[in-house]
Design a protein around this ligand. Structure first.
Ligand SMILES: C[S@@+](CC[C@H](N)C(=O)[O-])C[C@H]1O[C@@H](n2cnc3c(N)ncnc32)[C@H](O)[C@@H]1O
Length: 226
């Protein structure tokens, strides 16, 4: 089920007001977000060339990685998809405070990603610490499912990557099985990211820090979209 559009919410809180007001040029509410489909570079990024890489982060949370990525990869474009208003506004604010102008965020349910992009429109994808839905009855809510991955695969350009990390061993094993049923090629895999060869190039997200402080390992995979 798609979410209720934010303009229909009777008593909008300050974050909803900011989405439709102060940040409207950078953070797109549901009805505006879908108008970008197939035309992100042209409409959202001032006619950026079609060849310019456009990356996607699903579930930005409060946006530390989102802002970091935008700042450190200024020759690439970045679109975030976030369901909750507070983290959405925090994410775009963080990027703008850094003076990054290459990032946009949309308020949308990432499960309906085809509403937002056409095949071949996206480059790299990041999914960091998605809600784990660990109880078996709740597995149906998990975002990472074979059918969903196949759709993301179609939306990505050849030669791109898909980065997935989680603090949940159960979700990690689930995700690995789901990826195995797709055309994605596994290129990185570790059950302890912070002790791995990729530790130094890793950016620790907000949720990641919380789980690290509890002494939990971080599970990480990266896939290639050929
Ligand atoms: C556990 S937090 C992780 C945030 C961040 N990636 C990090 O590593 O700190 C998961 C985030 O995904 C968002 N989220 C959950 N389901 C979503 C969906 N279907 N579409 C978009 N965002 C979603 C939540 O609102 C939350 O901000």
């Amino acid at each position: 089920m798609r979410v209720r559009p934010s303009h229909e919410i009777d008593k909008p809180n300050s974050y909803i007001q900011a989405l439709h007001g102060e940040y409207a040029d950078w953070a797109y509410a549901e009805t505006k977000a879908v108008t970008m489909k197939g035309r992100w570079r042209e409409l959202a990024f001032s006619s950026a060339p079609e060849s310019m890489p456009l990356d996607l982060e699903i579930g930005t949370g409060n946006g530390f990685f989102f802002a970091h990525r935008a700042a450190t990869q200024s020759s690439r474009l970045l679109v975030g998809v976030e369901l909750k208003f507070k983290p959405l506004v925090q994410s775009i604010r963080r990027a703008l405070v850094n003076e990054s102008r290459n990032a946009r965020i949309v308020r949308y349910h990432a499960g309906f990603i085809d509403d937002l992009f056409v095949p071949g429109e996206i480059n790299d994808i990041f999914v960091h610490h998605p809600d784990p839905w660990e109880r078996p009855r709740k597995h149906k809510h998990r975002l990472i499912k074979r059918e969903y991955l196949n759709r993301l695969y179609e939306l990505q350009r050849a030669g791109s990557t898909f980065e997935f990390k989680t603090d949940s061993r159960d979700y990690f094993e689930w995700a690995k099985r789901e990826f195995e049923g797709t055309n994605y090629i596994l290129e990185r895999y570790t059950e302890d990211l912070h002790s791995s060869e990729w530790a130094t190039m890793n950016y620790v997200t907000h949720f990641e820090r919380i789980f690290m402080q509890k002494g939990q390992p971080i599970y990480y995979m990266r896939f290639e979209r050929r």
